[in-house]
Every structure is written in C-alpha cells, then in structure tokens.
Design a binder for this molecule. Structure first.
Ligand code: PLP
Length: 447
C-alpha cells in the first residue's frame, strides 16, 4: 500500500467516513486513532505508538493479531478461490467448517446457516423460528409469532435484531419499524429490577419468565437470550442456574430457545460455548465474532434437525427458507475459521485459559476498593467495571462529565485500548494474552 502522511489520512477519514455508533460532530473535534498494524496482543497506530489491545479489537481476536497460521490459511484459500455462491453450489471450506461446528457445539445442533455478522446470525435465527412454527403443521402453533427478549439485551442492529434488543437508546427512534416483543427482566443483579441483591437472590427473574410464558406461550415463537452474560448491556453476569432455568421453561412451554453466543462463544467465558456451563442445549445458536479469530466477517446460525425438517418439502409447497446473502459461506472466511479452530485444538487454548481466568478474577477484586467503582462483573475473560458518582446510592455520574470516555482516553495515553459501554468500562482481553499482559491491562486500567 502507498504511504500516506498521518495528517492526510486523518483529514480524509473526517471528510469521508461515517463511523458506527459515533456522534460524528464529536468525532470531528478529536484526533482519530488510526490503527496501522497489529502483532500478538498489541496494536500500533500510524505514528508507531504501541497499545495493548484490551478489547480484542471488538471482542473478536482469539489467538492474537497477525497470527501466521490464520494468515497462511487465508492466503492458501485465496490462491484457490475467493468467492463462490452457496446458492445452488457448495465450496470446500464452508462444508468442512459446517461439519466442525456441528462437532463442537452443543449436541443436537446439526445444521449450519451462514451469514456475515452477529446481527444477521440473530436475524436469521428469528426468521427461522418464526417460519418453523408456521410450517409445523398443527393449527395451534400458527399463533406463535412473537419473541421474548430480555431488558438491556443487545442482539445487533438490523431491524429484526434491534426489535429483540432492550437498550432503549438504540431502538427508540426506530420504534415504528420494529416488531413487537415481550420483555422479561434482565438478570442485572447490581440493580436488580426485582429489588433483590446477590445475597438474597432467589432468581425471581426466572419465575417472572415462567409466568410470562405461562400466559403467552401460545403466541411466543422463541426466547432470545445472551447466555450467561449480557455483554453490551455492561457485562451483566446472570446468576448460576438462570440459563438452565430458562431452558427448562422453553421446553415446558413449547417455545424455542435462541442462544445468541455472538459475544460469549469461542472460549470467551472459559468454555468453548457459554451454554456448556449449564449443559444447555439451545434449539438455535447464533455465532459470529470469534468464529474467525478476528480475521474476516463470518457468522453461523445453527439449528436442530427438528427445526430443519419443518423446512423440507416439494418445491411447490413453499417450505423453503428464502434467505441468503451474496457472501454467505464465503470460502476465504470459512478457511480462516477452520484455521482458528485448529489453533484452539493445537494450543489447547481452553485448558490454558483456566489459570488466566483465575488470575483475572482475583486481580479484578481490587477495583472494588476504588471510590467510584460500584460493581465489578466478570465471567471468563470478560469483565465490566461499573462507574458510579455515589457508591452508596449507586448513582451514576451525570452524562455531561463523560467519565468513562475520559478513563478510556487516559488508558490510551498509557498504552492501552479499552472502550466504555455507557457507565461501564469493558475489559475483553485477547484469549491468547499472557499473564504478564493481563496484569498490565489491569494495572493500567486501575491507575
Ligand atoms: N449479539 C451480541 C450478543 C453481540 O454482542 C453483538 C455485537 O456486539 C451482536 C449480536 C451483533 O454482532 P455484529 O456487530 O457482528 O452484527
């Protein structure tokens, strides 16, 4: 690539690029951080400054940046074939990857539908669930047209995935475009919507879900849930047993469980998939982010045979799933995913994570001593530190002080990239980080 001066690129970025989830007026006032290179756990900007990547790029990087094995797999695939459609054709990497995904995901998920992002993986899960009930045959199931989702949930930003989202800021403007969902309380234990606390928790949120499903199951197609941790909500870690409780309710009330493992999948929680912590077998599972180890856009929606069967029929029966994107099952992205999964096995990544998680969890405790830290939540190698103005009253700082943003900028000056989510500082270390790098991440954040 040609060399461009940093000032030139900054100017063109401000002139031409519209950044996601970004107030562009504010962006125009700040010096943009332009990342030019990655290596292992580090990112480098145009001026050569080095930053520890504390958010795995955007919760995607698994084995580090510029991992030679993944680079090589991509190049080898490019030497064979860059694109071929899955409409009426198949390709080698997408076939091999589907087989591998079926092998490693919870039992029963035997079919893979590809797409390109977490949002589309969820969108597809919703459409499949909806069409499934329409095609089950029995008249009584035809009324199952709504979804239950949790308060504070984030499932992406396409219209369907926003519809099942619970973050008001993201969806209120689109209210007229969204479909109706039934909301269940979020397991936000620090600010329990049912006024319990962690010590007195009797998981009444599961009971709330129970009464909701008891009343509405005839119109509910599925419950959409981020297993164990509501990530974008601020790393809300559900109490143990919550996920298994929701699974039991879905089975009892004939409702599909759609597990959105986009953020928590691929080792993030300490097991390959979060559902495994409670031995939960969802009916539909949505995967993206870590699927290619952070290299190329790819997503997968996995379903059970029972769901798949409902889509089989003669051509004129119109039971087909009419959905698919131009890049669905892209061979280069699938080759990257296969290389990513091979590294999981070769490096025994999941086994190696346990020591890092124990260290991460223990070292995070010191943050609770800080005057403005209200809560620290962690599962595996993901954590949220909730900042408050008044600890006793759990009162957030006024937005105008922009405290989380200031913390993040300060960390950047000290060589660490992290990001806030509202009042929560998110830490999402790369799974391959060493103990020393994890300590550095926590030390800089603490300071
Ligand atoms: N689902 C969850 C749980 C997520 O955390 C995200 C993104 O953060 C998404 C879906 C959307 O993924 P994407 O940004 O790849 O569309």
């Amino acid at each position: 690539m040609d060399y461009y001066k940093p000032e030139q690129l900054e100017q063109w970025d401000k002139q031409y690029v519209w950044h996601p989830f970004t107030q562009m007026r504010q962006w125009q006032k700040e010096k943009p951080l332009i990342i030019a290179k990655g290596e292992g756990s580090y990112l480098y900007d145009l001026e050569g400054n080095k930053y520890l990547d504390g958010i795995s790029s955007l919760w995607v990087t698994v084995h580090g940046h510029r991992k030679k094995e993944i680079n090589r797999a991509i190049i080898e695939q490019l030497d064979q074939l860059a694109h071929s459609t899955l409409l009426g054709q198949a390709n080698i990497p997408s076939t091999l990857l589907a087989r591998k995904l079926v092998e490693i995901t919870p039992e029963g998920l035997n079919k893979v539908f590809y797409s390109e992002s977490g949002s589309t993986a969820v969108e597809i899960g919703l459409k499949i669930a909806y069409q499934y009930w329409q095609q089950r045959g029995e008249e009584k199931y035809k009324t199952k047209r709504k979804f239950v989702s949790l308060a504070n949930a984030y499932h992406g930003d396409t219209i369907g995935s926003v519809s099942v989202g619970g973050i008001n800021l993201f969806h209120k403007i689109f209210a007229g475009l969204l479909f109706e969902t039934v909301n269940a309380p979020s397991p936000y234990c620090y600010r329990c919507p049912l006024h319990l606390n962690r010590e007195s928790c009797t998981m009444d949120c599961v009971r709330e879900m129970e009464s909701l499903l008891a009343d509405h199951h005839h119109e509910i197609a599925g419950v959409v849930i981020e297993p164990l941790v509501q990530g974008a909500a601020g790393m809300l870690v559900a109490p143990e047993g919550y996920l298994a409780g929701v699974r039991e309710l879905c089975t009892r009330f004939d409702v599909l469980l759609i597990a959105d493992e986009v953020a928590v999948g691929f080792g993030r929680t300490g097991k390959m998939f979060a559902c495994a912590h409670e031995n939960v077998k969802p009916d539909i599972m949505c995967l993206a982010k870590g699927i290619t180890g952070g290299y190329l856009p790819l997503a997968a929606t996995m379903v059970t045979d029972e769901i798949y069967q409902a889509f089989l029929g003669e051509i004129d029966e119109c039971r087909t799933f009419y959905h698919g994107h131009t890049y669905t099952g892209n061979p280069v992205a699938c080759a990257a995913a296969l290389a990513n999964l091979e590294l999981f096995a070769r490096d025994q990544l999941i086994a190696g994570l346990q020591e890092k998680i124990a260290f991460f969890s223990a070292d995070l405790k010191r943050f609770m001593e800080l005057q403005h830290v209200g809560d620290v939540r962690q599962k595996g190698l993901m954590a949220g530190i909730e900042i408050v103005g008044n600890k006793a009253a759990k009162e957030p700082f006024a937005i105008k002080y922009n405290i989380p943003h200031r913390i993040v900028l300060e960390a950047r000056k000290n060589g660490l990239i992290i990001r806030p989510l509202d009042n929560v500082i998110v830490l999402m270390p790369i799974l391959s980080m060493s103990l020393a790098e994890l300590k550095r991440l926590l030390d800089i954040t603490y300071a």
